[in-house]
Design a protein around this ligand. Sequence first.
Ligand code: GDP
Length: 296
Amino acid sequence: MVLAELGGRITRAIQQMSSAIVIDEKALNECLNEITRALLQSDVSFRLVKELQTNIKKIVNLDDLAAGHNKRRIIEQAIFSELCKMLDPGKPAFTPKKAKTSVVMFVGLQGAGKTTTCTKYAYYHQKKGYKPALVCADTFRAGAFDQLKQNATKAKIPFYGSYTESDPVKIAVEGVARFKKENCDLIIVDTSGRHKQEDSLFEEMRQLAEATKPDVVIFVMDSSIGQAAFDQAQAFKQSVAVGAVIITKMDGHAKGGGALSAVAATKSPVILIGTGEHMDEFEVFDVKPFVSRLLG
Ligand code: GDP
């Protein structure tokens, strides 16, 4: 179910409940059950959906609501604030500082959109006056360096990589050192992926993080992976200190639920969402407008 459809279903569930003559426990339960079904079909993990339902019921105590209170409004607000809470881990997103060098490491499975998103992230900061640079530490996928090189050239961002070196740690360390010397304030390290969650990938990520000491690790996740989102995000978080999430391919038939699951699994904020293949096709993520838009 695409995001707009999820929002529409939630809104309709609330409207239906409001049209009941009395909003009692039964009407509220029916509304929450429909919202639960919609969220599950949008790939929000079962655990999160259960939690949301319990929390809303805690906030909305129908017995306590004095007559004359606008119950629909109270329920609507509870749903809004619970959805916001699910997307807000309660810590601010990492912001690089212009006067000092920040190292940012991107991680994610192959095809998630890391290389594409690295350029988007660099391009976005370049426009804000930063001096970014890209390092290709993906030695696993043939063509990864060429892709990064092509993107970086288009965006006029300096890059570093190797066609011959097979040790990603060596490339990353050399690239970071070079761009530090050149006074770049945002050094972005693109890493390898694998088709699935494999020990060798996580070991490589650990070694890269150890060697480059990133200020933040950004987990990139394809929004179409469905219910696998929670486990995948958690697996990366257990290997490296993920501090931010980027959800890609939200322009396709994306289900929004993955974003909620990734936040819950990594306890990190979503910072950008990818909305296309080109470097300017992304949106800066902001919880409240996102949920408002979701609920129409
Ligand atoms: P990586 O293996 O994680 O580095 O993934 P890539 O950056 O190579 O991306 C894999 C594919 O997804 C490429 O064809 C990208 O053009 C495409 N892609 C990445 N982000 C987006 C996005 O936000 N929307 C769309 N439609 N495609 C994307």
